[in-house]
Design a binder for this molecule. Structure first.
Ligand code: ZN
Length: 96
């Protein structure tokens, strides 16, 4: 069987697009700066409606998404979202 080398557009930690041989593990919304699972029910609902698609980005993993300034999706990654929320609160307190 012939192997198909598909190329994937991913976003790096600086928010720049690059071409990868492997698909991203996480999807994201460029406009809202949110990342989440590829099968996120909330994201897919918007994609089906035709919104979101032009803002759809992909990340190799969670670390890259965070470094690019994205936050976890509250719908499909509730644990990560809670952690993010707690860390944001800490940041605010530290600024004082
Ligand atoms: Zn989600």
């Amino acid at each position: 069987m012939k192997k198909v080398f598909k190329k994937y557009k991913l976003l790096d930690a600086e928010g720049k697009t690059y071409i990868s041989d492997t698909p991203g593990l996480l999807g994201g919304n460029k406009k809202l700066k949110i990342y989440g699972r590829l099968d996120c029910s909330s994201a897919n609902k918007w994609i089906q409606k035709g919104y979101y698609v032009q803002n759809r980005v992909f990340f190799a993993d969670e670390k890259v998404a965070i470094e690019a300034g994205y936050r976890p999706c509250a719908v499909c990654m509730p644990d990560e979202y809670e952690e993010w929320k707690a860390s944001q609160m800490k940041l605010t307190l530290n600024k004082k």
